[in-house]
Design a protein around this ligand. Structure first.
Ligand code: ADP
Ligand code: MG
Ligand code: MG
Length: 343
């Protein structure tokens, strides 16, 4: 990054980050945030950059360090967290953003709450789930998605948002077994009041494996916000399938698998996905066993309604949340305090 680039970023930071309402933190503290953080261990590494566990005022926090070539994702995430009141128990907790220089390299940091269980993907790989575990996970994700998708009016309000990269690796697990939605690098904002659809400036697209049929066959109207919300619902259907496979039913849980593990290679191409999802109209298979377990049968029906070929048939997030609540309260063994923990 050149010094010209640096000053643009500085300006950007001072303009939008420090004036944002998202972190609720005074300007000066935010601007020097990185200086107060000690990096402890790397907990994630990828094409994107790195995620570290760090110490900040005696607390564990997560530090997402973006490569400068992914500047647009950093800007977008910072913007999303700063300009809207995104605080919610099922949305990753934001602390602040900073730009810092190490070995004369510009580093873009995003500081958030730290979740020791890591991503839902990691959690599912390590653990089989009870019915209750499954309900807590699915209900909390649906609850987070309702908050994200809904416009809230007034001074404490927020625009409606679509995530556009929902998947098990972008969901984190809290110690109480509920989840938060994370990774807002591709999120889009929409306000009915202004009629404005704000894409940010990120050239990246979502994860191919989780792309909805209308994205893969390029029939989607990207400027229709409702259409973007419905692509999140498709991805949610796949996530629910991943979670249900790890749920013990009739004494058995399936091993963890990514969606479409049986029909596309790892790191599938756009064309691989398009053939399976649009041409063959193939969807993840539902184990027979689930049909004899009322809760799992209900969840199977739900996931199918989420990943339906026709986006107009997919359920809104609020309907999904209500359906899961109903299924849980109909399950006799599940007369538990899930709504206390979660909603
Ligand atoms: P990217 O935009 O590069 O995909 P993410 O925000 O999705 O970055 O983070 C990458 C990975 O790092 C996640 O899949 C998760 O495993 C881990 N991670 C991210 N944030 C946290 C956090 N706050 N607590 C624990 N682990 C995290
Ligand atoms: Mg991610
Ligand atoms: Mg990302």
């Amino acid at each position: 990054v050149t010094s010209a680039g640096d000053s643009t970023l500085r300006e950007y930071l001072q303009h939008s980050v420090t004036s944002g309402s998202g972190s609720g933190m005074p300007l000066l503290i935010q601007r020097t945030l990185a200086k107060q953080v000690t990096l402890v261990e790397c907990i994630g590494r990828g094409k994107y950059g790195e995620v570290w566990r760090g110490h900040w005022h005696g607390e564990n926090i997560a530090v997402k360090i973006f490569f400068s070539r992914d500047e647009e994702s950093w800007k977008r995430e910072t913007e999303i967290y700063s300009t809207v009141l995104l605080r919610h128990e099922n949305i990753l907790g934001f602390i602040g953003s900073d730009m810092t220089s190490r070995n004369s390299c510009t580093q873009l940091w995003l500081l958030t709450h730290y979740y020791p269980h890591g991503s839902l993907f990691d959690h599912l790989n390590r653990n089989a789930l009870s019915h209750r575990d499954m309900i807590l996970i699915c209900l909390s994700i649906a609850n987070g998605l309702v908050h994200l998708h809904t416009e809230i009016f007034g001074t404490e309000g927020k625009p409606a948002m679509a995530h556009r990269d929902l998947k098990s690796k972008n969901i984190l697990v809290k110690p109480n077994g509920t989840c938060v939605i994370a990774d807002f690098g591709l999120a889009v904002m929409h306000s009915n009041v202004t009629g404005k659809l704000d894409f940010g400036n990120n050239p990246k697209v979502g994860t191919k494996r989780y792309m909805a049929p209308e994205v893969l066959d390029e029939s989607i109207d990207m400027y229709n916000f409702e259409a973007l919300r419905r692509t999140d619902i498709y991805a949610l259907g796949l996530v629910i399938w991943e979670v249900c496979r790890r749920t013990i039913s009739c004494g058995i849980a399936e091993e963890y698998k990514v969606p479409y593990y049986d029909v596309v290679p790892s790191d599938p191409s756009f064309e691989d996905m398009r053939k399976v999802v649009c041409v063959d109209n193939y969807r993840p298979s539902i184990p027979n066993r689930w049909s004899s377990d009322p809760l799992m049968a209900g969840m199977s029906k739900l996931m199918k309604e989420c990943w339906h070929q026709n986006p107009n048939v997919r359920l809104p997030a609020l309907r999904i949340k209500k359906t899961i609540s109903k299924l849980a309260s109909a399950d006799e063994k599940l007369r538990l305090d899930y709504d206390e923990v979660c909603v």
